[in-house]
Design a protein around this ligand. Structure first.
Ligand code: GTP
Ligand code: MG
Length: 228
């Protein structure tokens, strides 16, 4: 519990045995529930996660978005915090993020990786891609978003039933922000965090995922139903 709020942390994992161990060992005590959604990892990710106290949920169908949807179905906290299992997002920033979330009185807080302070954490190609995708989201939704692709968010669980989350893949990260941004009953905020280099193997396909995410942004803007 953190100031009367039950806290759930959700971490999607695909072969992240190195990162998940470090993350779970550093998890603060106020976190009530940690859910690791595993997509048939071939390394020791599920065993390590379970031995360190996480609730491991196996999702048979591959996909980042698919895993989050499973995780959300199983979460019981008032407030949900997400992060990657590769130890690139700061687990020691959880209290800072919840404080900001409560202080700002928002329903969805995006943790922006920008400005990048650790140069080795993000290549120039990824920086440019992220900039293009964030500018596209900002223009399409008329709202400044610094990091449309961040995988670290703090949200009130109760807002999930006001969202239409369709993506099963990497575009899920931008989709959940769009669903928060365009709903006038959901207050959206953003705050900077320190991002660092990932542990373990890279799964992202920068060109394929980047171009698809740009297409997804535009498609969702012009075909998605706008909610009041
Ligand atoms: N359960 C599950 N997790 C996934 C899947 N794809 C990626 N992930 C996890 O989702 C998180 C984000 O994926 P990453 O590969 O780190 O993507 P990224 O952060 O955009 O790329 P990097 O810059 O390489 O870290 C990581 O914890 C992955 O293990 C999947 O299909 N299923
Ligand atoms: Mg990552």
């Amino acid at each position: 519990m953190y100031k009367g709020q039950k806290i759930t942390v959700i971490i999607p994992c695909l072969n992240e045995e190195q990162g998940i161990e470090k993350i779970l060992k550093a998890m603060p005590e106020f976190v009530d529930e940690t859910i690791v959604v595993d997509n048939n990892s071939t390394d020791r990710t599920p065993e390590i996660a379970q031995s360190l106290g996480a609730k491991v949920i196996r999702e048979e169908v591959r996909g980042y978005g698919r895993s989050y949807k499973r995780g959300f179905q199983n979460a019981t906290g008032d407030v949900i915090i997400t992060l990657d299992g590769d130890h690139s997002y700061p687990v020691d920033a959880l209290s800072y993020l919840i404080e900001a979330f409560l202080h700002l009185g928002v329903d969805f807080l995006n943790a922006s990786r920008f400005p990048v302070r650790d140069r080795s954490s993000m290549s120039l190609k990824h920086k440019c891609g992220n900039l293009i995708l964030s500018l596209a989201m900002s223009v399409l939704y008329l709202r400044w978003v610094r990091d449309s692709q961040s995988g670290m968010w703090v949200l009130r669980r109760s807002i999930l039933n006001q969202m239409q989350l369709e993506s099963d893949g990497m575009a899920f990260s931008e989709e959940i922000k769009i669903e928060a941004l365009k709903n006038e009953h959901i207050l959206f905020g953003e705050i900077s965090i320190l991002y660092s280099s990932r542990l373990g193997e890279i799964k992202l396909n920068p060109w394929k995922d980047g171009i698809y995410n740009l297409y997804f942004l535009v498609k969702k803007r012009f075909t998605g139903k706008r909610r009041a």
